[in-house]
Design a binder for this molecule. Sequence first.
Ligand code: BES
Ligand code: MN
Ligand code: ZN
Length: 492
Amino acid sequence: MTLSFSMTQASPETAATPCAVVGVFTDGRLTNAAERIDAASAGAIQRLIRTGDVSGKLGSSWLLHSLTGIAAERVLLVGLGEQAKFDAAAFNRALGEAGRALSNLPIASATCWLTEIDVVGRDAAWIVRTAALAIDHQAYRYTATFKPREKSAKAELASIAFVGEGAGPALQQATAMARGVRLARELGNLPPNICNPEYLATRARAMASEHAGISCEVLEREDMEKLGMGSLLGVARGSANAPKLIVLRWNGGGSAKPYALVGKGITFDSGGLSLKPGAGMEEMKFDMCGAAGMLGTFLAAVELALPLNLVCIAAAVENMPDGNAYRPSDVLTSMSGQTIEVLNTDAEGRLILCDALTYAQTFEPQVIIDAATLTGACVVALGKYASGLMSEDEELAAQLLDAGNRTLDRAWRLPLWSDYQSSLDSAFADVANLGGKYAGAITAACFLSRFTSGYRWAHLDIAGSAWNEGRKGLATGRPVPLLTQYLIDRCA
Ligand code: BES
Ligand code: MN
Ligand code: ZN
């Protein structure tokens, strides 16, 4: 469950809330609401600033209890950093810290005045929506595979009221995006012995039965055989878990051509016979985050009842080695008719996506976007903060970059020039599934481009952005905010 969000015009001194959230900058300057609490409490905040207890550093917060003269049970002071440097990223960071601190308190609700602060270049709707999403992100807890705990008496954060301008559809958008992000995160975090292709199909069917207007079809191995998806089926051969091609449709836009969202759903990537090294292999449960992101985006769009048509295709396959597995040097025939020489069974993402992209074209989409944890090379190039964007369509690329900037779910464009294409030449097939030594993110996209010619298409490589690194790293839910924003913008 996401948090529930509301707007309020409450006063910081008199609001009877379990926690009032206000901000302080590093130069000791207080936000309007913090100022009023300070005045009503005989200078309690200024005193803490003078003693050095409260610095206002961005990313920090301080909890004050039972201030005299204040109705709120607690006041959470959130550091905003230097006022001159306070921008959208700082706002997002400060709200994230507020969400972290609130989620660790034994309270069910809080009232947040940080949404009264101005952020250069962003309007009231952006401020409220960004605040809601930042707090909800921190409130999420992964619990699915822990021993069930006795219900504790401790309250859990369930709702947040924001103070500020009437922000129109901002809260509705925040709720829809938060649900999409949470779905993507939960699917990403679940272990691959639970979240296998069958499980993803079950979740998609459940989504369709819970929401009016969604139709769901799942293509089984035999269906894919009939369609000639030899590339996707090649990857699936080594796994005891049968592949599923999950197709969800939303018809909010009459007879308009749909937007097609295609996601890489490798529920576990062992590398296949080109086996990955053991260290870090557990992270390859996240190799279905492209599919999870597309399912999350689809959910958000449906919850907003966007007036457009959508086809969401999740290619759900497990990449495993066994006696039946596909091999390096195998030649596969894709649904497009192009043959593919397998040079490395660990370059499997492009092999399932090419057939999913060809299948997407049967819906005559106006735009095709895919998201995939496709290459380690993208992580080397861009790290964890930017998703890689590759497209030959200038307008589409600009729209996606803009949507990323506005949601702070940012992408960075890499070139997709034809110069790179020759690295995929093969002596035995139309194309090889492996490029040369360099520019691995780009040559992977080049491979996909061979299966999208004639279409407006963009590829998002989310190998770095889809989850946080380390043993305790969780799925991030990216690129749900970026893509949901992109779709919202298409309805304006
Ligand atoms: N799922 C991986 C890409 C990946 C690696 C994502 C590390 C996140 C972190 C993908 O299937 C893969 O194995 N790619 C290979 C491609 C290579 C064999 C051309 C890679 O990036 O090493
Ligand atoms: Mn791989
Ligand atoms: Zn993979």
